[in-house]
Design a protein around this ligand. Structure first.
Ligand SMILES: Cc1ccc(OCc2nc(C(=O)N[C@H]3CCS(=O)(=O)C3)cs2)cc1
Length: 341
């Protein structure tokens, strides 16, 4: 009897010092478990006399009940604590404002390409694309740039092997189209795409930039067709009152060749910072397709004529949006890109 009382005191004493759920479990097993002292006493009951047995049994049960009561109470405490902790952790403050979703934007270069494509598609052109890693033949030879031409030397182009290089213009796509069309007319294509040049990398030059070239081949194509087409293009691009000015120039793949200025969209032609007070901005080159280029492409220059043009998309976008440095297009700075939402 005394042992049971002492056991109860010891158990309650130890339980009062419990600091954690784990300790509580350990004590539960220590005092109430199969190997615990209480089980031992109950197992030893057989050896007691008939009148002692019920008395000890009662005391033993009271001790077990007392220990269980304290354990249950602490257990409930830990449970409550655990529930409160979880509720606090999972609490959602419904009064917080929603997170604004990030809005995407079309890249300014893509916008300008799409705009230019739409204008020419509206004039009956189709869009043609081709490889950026090109053969020397399609990038130079077929464009009337013979092997020894200065434009071909290493300092201007990225050569991969003697015969393979990164294309320096999208003209090879037009050459490939002529080959595919095998003398069939009309050809009316525009060729957008990335081109690669080795010249210095600065605010207005980039090793990689985007070009759009156009090619029309048919019977009886004239310089006046070229002028009318370019005027239509710039007026859809920069506004109805925009004018063009053609200056004589030279390209190996066109004869005659012209450089085309547009009246400055910023000042309407009176002169400003953008057009360096001239009122004019050069945005593209063009000309009548050189007879030798027609011939090499499988078109008889006595039967067919054509015109071609080429423009740098970055330059057009920089003029349209007042962008000072070409490198903004490629550095993926969101502060720049978000302006085109
Ligand atoms: C078969 C073929 C025949 C002729 C062709 O003439 C494409 C042309 N390009 C230009 C031109 O001035 N291009 C420059 C403008 C700025 S830029 O991006 O640096 C390149 C004039 S005529 C193309 C293909």
């Amino acid at each position: 009897k005394e042992r049971l009382e002492a056991l109860k005191l010891e158990a309650l004493q130890e339980l009062s010092g419990v600091q954690s759920q784990q300790e509580l479990n350990d004590l539960r097993i220590k005092y109430l478990g199969k190997k615990g002292p209480l089980t031992e006493v109950l197992r030893g009951m057989g050896a007691l006399s008939a009148e002692e047995r019920p008395v000890i049994g009662q005391v033993a049960n009271d001790v077990r009940a007392a220990i269980e009561a304290v354990i249950e109470e602490k257990q409930a405490g830990y449970q409550q604590q655990e529930t409160e902790n979880r509720l606090r952790a999972e609490m959602i403050d419904v009064t917080l404002p929603g997170r604004p979703s990030q809005q995407g934007a079309v890249h300014p270069l893509s916008k300008v390409i799409q705009e230019i494509e739409d204008i020419f598609i509206g004039m009956g052109y189709t869009v043609a694309e081709g490889p950026e890693v090109e053969q020397d033949y399609y990038n130079f030879e077929a464009l009337n740039l013979p092997k020894d031409h200065p434009a071909r030397d290493m300092q201007d182009s990225f050569y991969i092997t003697d015969e393979i290089l990164m294309r320096t213009q999208t003209s090879p796509v037009q050459v490939r189209t002529m080959e595919k069309r095998q003398g069939e007319v009309p050809i009316k294509i525009i060729c957008p795409g990335k081109v690669y040049r080795r010249d210095d990398d600065d605010a207005t030059h980039s090793h990689m930039f985007t070009q759009i070239e156009g090619l029309v081949i048919d019977r009886n194509v004239r310089m006046s067709d070229l002028k009318g087409t370019l005027l239509q293009f710039v007026q859809e691009m920069y506004g109805k009152e925009t004018r063009i000015r053609l200056r004589p120039s030279f390209f190996p793949f066109t004869e005659p060749s012209v450089e085309v200025d547009v009246s400055c969209a910023m000042c309407g032609g009176v002169g400003c910072r953008t057009c360096k007070q001239t009122g004019w901005l050069e945005i593209l080159g063009a000309g009548m397709v050189h007879p030798r280029v027609l011939e090499m492409g499988g078109y008889d220059p006595k039967e067919y004529t054509g015109f071609a043009f080429g423009m740098g998309v970055e330059r057009i976008a920089m003029l349209k949006y007042g962008i000072e440095d070409i490198r903004h297009f490629y550095t993926n700075d969101l502060r720049f890109l978000k302006q085109f939402l």
